[in-house]
Design a protein around this ligand. Structure first.
Ligand SMILES: Nc1ncnc2c1ncn2[C@@H]1O[C@H](COP(=O)(O)OP(=O)(O)OP(=O)(O)O)[C@@H](O)[C@H]1O
Ligand SMILES: CC(=O)N[C@H]1[C@@H]2OC[C@@H](O2)[C@@H](O)[C@@H]1O[C@H](C)C(=O)O
Length: 384
């Protein structure tokens, strides 16, 4: 192992729930130690602004353009990240000597088929803000981590597989979990990494995870979450709807493949029949859809996974975990149960990727994003 450094990852995911901040010690190949992780929730007004930004980003063709509300959204995203980092370093002053910060930003549009992915968040402005929070020379900041992959013809997502692989190496040794492993992130969108010993990891997005559930719950109850899957547990799954929704051509495509947060919104609005369902039945059907979409990836994998490790916010939803067990017929464990942090995993991954970027190591691979060759990535603002 090269000398590990302290790195912080900052992630604002597709669920638009807040800014995740996490610290790890890493050399970009292995993880020497996990530090703390925190989520700083967006206020309702910020969330509404980001929702509008997603709408207004739809016609973008230039990834640097910030028309309409996007300029304000970028300013707010940058400010919330600076505030989140300030709060984190105030709580953990012993980590002000951090060497690297990975800044994902907020994806507002993802169209890899036209080589376009747009993450808002002003790297130079955040680097400036970080200078005031850390002793000189301060950390290097790495941002815009998806652009190079997409420009080279890759999907630009998911990027966490390199991190999943690093973590799984330790796990296989320590816990002797039966493989192959499937690491499942249940954020706004769901993505998987399939890991089998020395084989190249296979990764892709699988379909919606919480975004559709959150939007449905917000529209029907005013609260954008089905807390602990309570509504879904009380409802009845409409299997006809699930079967109809799974006819979308995305599900027959082999990995690598990736999604925009809202790719299934219209499809579900047209084919889901949710308006006619009770809150419980709608929640149950959308939760089962998430599990069924993960099931739909299994035929595309070289070998059936023996263990599924669930991470991301959806891992807190016991109804969803039960549906995954039932539909996939695999052992389902949570990331926390294997000693990882399900809530901090993505932010940790961007800390890890920042260090990889600084060391000139690839972030993505032909089997994870479909990029033609292992790909470097990230824009670096050096310390000092
Ligand atoms: N106790 C809970 N019960 C049910 N759902 C929950 C619970 N806690 C979190 N969630 C869901 O998890 C979501 C947040 O997940 P997470 O933070 O992993 O998403 P993200 O990182 O924003 O998304 P992505 O991984 O797609 O970028 C919330 O929007 C909510 O729907
Ligand atoms: C374009 C984009 O931001 N994609 C996100 C999104 O949220 C989950 C899934 O879709 C995943 O592909 C990706 O995030 C994770 C962190 C990734 O790149 O691995």
């Amino acid at each position: 192992m090269s000398r590990p450094v302290k790195a912080i990852g900052l992630m604002s995911g597709t669920s638009l729930d807040g800014v995740d901040v996490a610290l790890i010690e890493t050399d970009g190949e292995n993880v020497a130690a996990f530090g703390p992780g925190r989520t700083y929730a967006y206020a309702e007004a910020d969330r509404a602004l980001l929702m509008r930004a997603l709408e207004e980003a739809k016609p973008l063709t230039d990834r640097s353009a910030r028309p309409g509300v996007l300029a304000e959204a970028e300013r707010v995203v940058t400010e919330r990240h600076a505030q989140a980092l300030a709060a984190f370093l105030a709580e953990f002053p012993e980590h002000r000597d951090v060497a690297a910060v990975g800044f994902h930003g907020q994806t507002v549009l993802h169209r890899p088929e036209i080589r376009l992915t747009v993450q808002i968040g002003d790297g130079p402005a955040l680097a400036w803000a970080i200078r005031a929070l850390t002793p000189a020379p301060g950390p290097a900041l790495v941002y815009d981590l998806r652009a190079a992959d997409v420009a080279a013809g890759g999907q630009g997502a998911p990027l966490v597989p390199a991190y999943h692989r690093a973590l799984a190496q330790g796990l296989v040794k320590e816990l002797a979990l039966p493989g192959p492993l499937l690491v499942l992130n249940l954020g706004g969108v769901a993505n998987i990494t399939w890991l089998d010993g020395e084989a190249d990891p296979i990764a892709c997005d699988t379909g919606p995870a919480n975004a559709l559930i959150d939007d449905f719950m917000k529209a029907r109850t005013g609260v954008p979450v089905d807390r602990d899957g309570a509504a879904a547990a009380a409802g009845r799954v409409d299997e006809t709807v699930i079967a109809r929704l799974l006819t979308h051509p995305f599900f027959s495509r082999k990995p690598p493949k990736s999604l925009d947060r809202n790719d299934f919104r219209e499809w579900v609005a047209v084919h889901g029949g949710l308006d006619a369902m009770s809150v419980e039945d709608g929640a149950a059907t959308l939760t089962a859809l998430t599990a069924a979409c993960v099931g739909a990836i299994l035929p595309h994998l070289p070998k059936r996974p023996a263990t599924l490790i669930a991470a991301g916010g959806g891992a807190h939803n016991p109804t969803l975990l039960a549906m995954l067990r039932e539909r996939l017929g695999v052992e389902v464990v949570t990331a926390d149960a294997v000693g990882w942090s399900g809530d901090a995993l993505e932010a940790q991954a961007f800390a890890f990727l920042a260090v990889r970027s600084l060391r000139g190591l690839p972030l993505s691979f032909p089997t994870t994003t479909g990029v033609p060759r292992p790909m470097l990535g990230g824009v670096v603002i050096a310390a000092g």
